[in-house]
Design a protein around this ligand. Sequence first.
Ligand code: 0X9
Ligand code: ZN
Length: 530
Amino acid sequence: MPRRVLMLWLAGCLAFVGGVPLSTAQDPGRLVVHIAFSSQDELAQLAARLDVWEVHRAEGYLVALVDSREREWLAQAGFTFQVDTTHALQPNTIPSYPCYRTIAEQYTQFEQWAVQYPHIAQLLTIGASYEHRDLRVLRLTNSATNGDKPRFFLMANIHGRELITNETALAFIQRLLGGYGVDADFTWLLDYHQIDVLVSANPDGHVRNEPGNVPWAYWRKNTRPYGGCYGVDLNRNSAFKWGLDDYGSSAYPCDLTYRGPSPVSESETQAVQQHVRSLFPDQRGPLDNDTAPITTTGILITLHSYGDLVLWPWGWTGAPAPNSAQLQTLGQKFAAFNGYTAQQAMFLYPTNGTTDDWSYGELSIASYTFEIGSSSDGFYPSCSRYDQLVQPNVEALLYAAKVARTPYLTSFGPDATLTATLTSTVGLTWVSVQAMLTGTRPISAAEAYLDTPPWAGGTPHALTPADGHWDSTFEAARGDIGTALLPGRHTILVRGQDTGGYWGPVSAVFSEPTVWPYAVYLPLLQRQSP
Ligand code: 0X9
Ligand code: ZN
């Protein structure tokens, strides 16, 4: 039920406005309000002008942070609104939230990781913010293995106040680095794929939400001055469909969705576009309706908050993107991990000049926005919610990393889990594999690989269904591989195929042979031979 109790919000930050020019986020008269709308057109008008935090379509209202100027505009335009009492604006930011690291701390962490894991983590600076802060990427891949590696680009914090996004990106990196050499999946991932993580696409905006900058609490945009106000919405500044209409972005510098004076006017957008172009070839034709090849390689995910949503292109139109079937399938896979609602971005509200529309529209790569957290979490979720918000998204991101080679194909295929035991004697080793395959269509095949995965020329060993038939969406499978292996640890990889012909992602485990002395093994061998 929408909460419609009327009560004036007492601005806790009234005392802090001295010395900072006023624009929405600094105005002490800011209120969180519920605004009623009755059509898509009205929603679009509101989303273009205001700092919209939540959209409740079914109930016909949205939640926005508005200043006195915007309230005048609302009244003139004939919108009715009520003051929200449930979103407590926090005058203090990070001091009350020890789980959120400052940009300086995040960058120090990057430096430490690059030193601690020099063979799998490389620190890059891809550009600078308006205020000359570095834009830093940590590149995760085994630098000793070469080849054209599939790429996954993860970025966080393009909106300054979306603090949980940086933490999610950092937790994802931590899992991969800590798991390399320990977990077989993370190990093949970093050996064969390249994962680039931009921890903040808007460090100036983040710093505004850190201590000492209280009047700027809830700052979303970058901080570059334009027309008497501050900041460009960096998620409206990309080259694709930039400024297409005044619903998906605003031409007014004081607005929260100000698109900037020209496409890619901001150094942050320039750096992101240049870096993403360096990672991914353009794999799609020039027309809006050109379909990206089914074999397209590469994934981009941009982390936002909040809304419990997985969004895919387009945001600029309600028409489905040419690859909507593929974008939806992968989007729903992500949603199976984080429990969010998966939908086309436009059905939140229209947007133009966004990162994901650009990376899909321009380069054809599978592009997504995650909106992390619910309306009770808001932009500064309680630290008691940290793990609940971060961990399911880390799982979704690991899946993205796994399917980055051919996201539009592999996400259709079944998922595999496995156990494997290796037994060695007299120079021979038996690898015994048990796997579980789960798909949306019946499983039709499964195969295991020893140490060398399929894309690297490994030899497939067919597994057989435990119940004798491949006929179900959930199958147990097994197989034995006899080989003349040397002792030591080995990687066993498994993948499944479904009746649509789609191979799913590879899953792997490490196994070390149990060496049986000949004297123990011989009687068993004799018993087996007739
Ligand atoms: O408005 C935005 O930029 C995103 N929401 S947020 O509250 N994090 O600011 C939503 C963007 C949705 N559109 C696309 N992803 N294209
Ligand atoms: Zn955002």
